[in-house]
Design a protein around this ligand. Structure first.
Ligand code: DQQ
Length: 489
């Protein structure tokens, strides 16, 4: 990829092929475990996204805001560009855009985490005291839950973390699959004086959010029933449970609950490597969560993101009164390519997340801080495009552009009828790919386009007419090879 063109595309000619890999869990490549990156080629690295200088990363862990500083911990292999040797790497920032990398905060050193320090969350306890809960892999490869505390609370960056000797504080009991019991959430507090957490799990093929309660954050008792579970969804990794406001786009503290709140339960499905969420009602007295009947609860559920996005986690940012979503962009590069390039994985741009006024889905937008990265502004206005036309935007590198674009049409009379049985946007994108001419569309952008258009990633739209409104379908095509591209503009 030497020179990049950035093209506005009115009609594009190729098949939509999804290359999203489906795998059951992190694969272990023993031969690549300790292969130090010889060199990291900068040209293939991202400009805006969070990534360490080299090596493998996966899930965001324990994001929090504490005393004016945003903390991001994440799963990291300090020895190579494939999954393994997992520690909690740690970075800090004042704006979630410019990060300073610190030494790993939590790494295997005790029997209760000697085989790995896996995902978890942070909670800021009353009195402004942060505490981390994470999954440790013990000598039997059982998954246990541990806590860690800042060594020096007056260190503005909370560089060092202590793992007290009374760990682990939650064990898989007899009824729990000890190798499917991980990723504790941020805790929420109930008026009965108990903290609550959920831990992801599976009973046979039923995905499960195990519920635990504690008065002191150290002694945890398992509830008789899970907070929620769903048949045929397999292992629930990285659950996230939080309230959203029904009446505003402000975020809420994880313990908030009242007549103006709904709740969100998000789970990451190990079987599909996709996530889904439901909106619903949390009943604190019985400690149960019931999804709304407008929220599909299973593989067909709502997703934050239809690309490579997994193991996400939100946190409440008290500085700006918003809830922020972090997620790992689990790339589709091969292991060979990852070891060659010396790194793998990025964290997606953090997004503010809130409830759609229709109450049936969440809305999201990149954090406003991202706008500080805007430099060279290139503006093109009032350009008319006919079917088949495209327009190259000169003066930017499309590898790193923040685009605001408005498409307008004289009328939408030709919009095709929207069929209400179309519920899965991703299926419709595959069915009505960028090659299929519609009434209004496809139209959109060719991003990351190489000079001769051997490579590009289209982001395209089409408009349908429903009974009382128009519906816009947004698709992208992450396939890296161009098939049936017949007519370069
Ligand atoms: N990754 C972690 C697990 C989690 C999985 C291990 C999700 O704790 O379930 O690196 O990607």
């Amino acid at each position: 990829m030497k020179a990049f063109k950035f093209l506005f595309l009115f009609f594009c000619c190729f098949y939509l092929i999804s290359l999203c890999e489906v795998e059951a869990s992190h694969k272990v490549y023993s031969e690549f475990q300790s292969l130090e990156a010889a060199q990291v080629k900068q040209v293939h690295r991202t400009g805006f996204h969070f990534q360490p200088p080299k090596h493998w990363i996966n899930d965001p862990n324990g994001p929090m805001y504490f005393n004016g500083v945003y903390h991001l911990f994440y799963q990291y292999n300090p020895k190579g560009a494939v999954w393994g040797n997992i520690v909690w790497a740690h970075s800090v920032s004042k704006d979630m855009i410019n990060w300073e990398a610190l030494d790993p905060a939590i790494y295997p050193s005790k029997p209760f985490d000697i085989n790995g320090c896996w995902s978890g969350s942070a909670t800021v306890l009353p009195g402004n005291k942060p505490i981390i809960l994470y999954t440790g892999i013990d000598p039997h490869n059982y998954q246990v839950q541990n806590y860690a505390l800042p060594k020096n609370i007056s260190d503005p960056y909370l560089r060092e973390w202590v793992k007290p000797d009374n760990n682990p504080i939650v064990f898989p009991d007899a009824g729990v699959n000890a190798t499917a019991f991980r990723d504790p959430t941020t805790a929420w507090w109930g008026k009965d004086g108990h903290w609550r957490i959920i831990i992801g799990g599976r009973r046979r093929n039923r995905g499960m959010a195990h519920l635990y309660r504690s008065r002191d954050f150290v002694n945890w008792v398992k509830a008789k029933h899970p907070l929620h579970s769903q048949a045929k969804t397999g292992m629930w990794e990285c659950p996230d449970f939080f309230p959203v406001s029904k009446s505003s786009n402000n975020g809420l503290d994880t313990s908030a609950h009242g007549v103006d709140t709904k709740h969100v339960l998000k789970v990451s499905l190990d079987v599909t490597r996709f996530e889904y969420y439901t909106l619903g009602t949390y009943y604190p007295r019985i400690d149960r969560y019931v999804p709304d009947n407008t929220s599909a609860d299973g593989w067909d559920g709502l997703r934050y993101d239809y690309g490579n996005f997994y193991a996400s986690k939100t946190f409440y940012d008290p500085a700006k009164g918003r809830r922020i979503l972090w997620g790992w962009a689990n790339e589709s590069d091969s292991t060979h390519d990852d070891t060659q390039k010396g790194w793998s994985g990025v964290q997606a741009i953090p997004r503010k997340i809130w409830l759609d006024p229709n109450g049936k889905q969440l809305l999201q937008w990149p954090v406003e801080e991202i706008e500080a990265l805007r430099g060279n502004k290139v503006q093109v206005t009032n350009t008319k495009l006919k079917k088949g036309d495209s327009l190259e935007i000169k003066g930017i590198t499309a590898a790193q552009a923040d685009v605001e674009v408005t498409f307008s049409f004289p009328n939408l009379d030709k919009a095709e009828k929207f069929d209400p049985s179309w519920v899965k946007a991703q299926d419709l994108c595959a069915q009505k790919g960028s090659k299929v001419q519609g009434g209004v569309g496809p139209f959109g952008l060719l991003t990351l386009a190489s000079e001769k258009l051997e490579e590009f990633t289209p982001v395209f739209f089409r408009i349908f007419k429903a009974t009382d409104k128009h519906v816009v379908l947004l698709c992208s095509d992450a396939s890296r090879f161009v098939f049936f591209f017949t007519k370069p503009p």
